[in-house]
Design a protein around this ligand. Structure first.
Ligand code: ZN
Length: 248
């Protein structure tokens, strides 16, 4: 797979990076990434990955745009109210970069469709807004050995982590939230600058993962305090009795 002259010009400022180069750019072009949630985090993830030249993006979101989304979801404008986020985000990608194949899926991810829709991707990025979806996504990624980047932002707190089978996201949060839609932005509030920060971090982690910049990110959770403006990282220990990735 060679890069065309047009691609070499388009991606020149990242191909010149020694960590990327032509090899890394071809890896990006060959990558298939699923982005779950075209909300605040997705609004940062999707442009960054499309701009970087990720070959295939699947954008999964069942929601339509509401006016209260616009403060944190710059993929959309006022005239988009009531329209499908997955479709609009895909239209954005097509305008930005015709070298990216984009697949909009207007679905809400649950246990059943996660097992069908997520396999076949090299990486899943979950920026959804509830634990039931996050755990369904995580369990499917463990089962199919698909790397998962989980990203969340609420109030002034953000978190981003890469999970490769074990430890998994469920090792971190436990089993209490499987059927629970608690803890989302509608109730707790969030700033657009925070979701943008966390989403951009998740996109950078995704690009590094595909290119192979740092192989030691799996199982590490990055926590952002948007009030103190500080990042810190913790290691997630594998839970011995995790019902997704544990030996039991
Ligand atoms: Zn686990």
């Amino acid at each position: 797979m060679t890069l065309s002259d047009e691609e070499l010009e388009r991606y020149a400022r990242q191909i010149v990076l020694p960590q990327v180069g032509g090899v890394g750019q071809r890896r990006l072009r060959g990558a298939r990434i699923a982005v779950i949630g075209a909300g605040g985090i997705g609004s940062a993830v999707v442009p960054a990955l499309a701009g970087a030249g990720v070959g295939t993006l699947t954008i999964i979101d069942s929601d339509v745009v509401e006016i209260s989304n616009l403060h944190r979801q710059p993929l959309f404008g006022e005239s988009d109210s009531g329209k499908s986020k997955a479709q609009l985000a895909s239209d954005f990608v097509r305008r930005l970069n015709r070298f990216v194949e984009v697949v909009p899926l207007r679905e809400r991810i649950d246990r059943e469709n996660a097992a069908v829709l997520l396999p076949g991707h090299d990486l899943v990025i979950d920026g959804s807004d509830n634990f039931a979806t996050r755990l369904a996504v995580s369990d499917a990624c463990v089962k199919h050995e698909t790397p998962l980047i989980s990203a969340a932002a609420v109030q002034f707190q953000g978190q981003v982590g890469l999970f490769r089978s074990r430890p998994c996201y469920r090792c971190f949060v436990g089993d209490a939230f499987d059927a629970d839609d608690c803890d989302n932005c509608a109730e707790l509030g969030v700033l657009g600058a925070l979701t943008g920060t966390v989403g951009s971090f998740a996109a950078l982690l995704a690009i590094n993962t595909i290119v192979g910049v740092d192989e030691d990110q799996a199982g590490k959770l990055h926590l952002f305090d948007g009030a103190k403006l500080e990042w810190r990282a913790i290691r997630i220990p594998p839970h011995p009795r995790c019902k997704a990735c544990g030996s039991a």
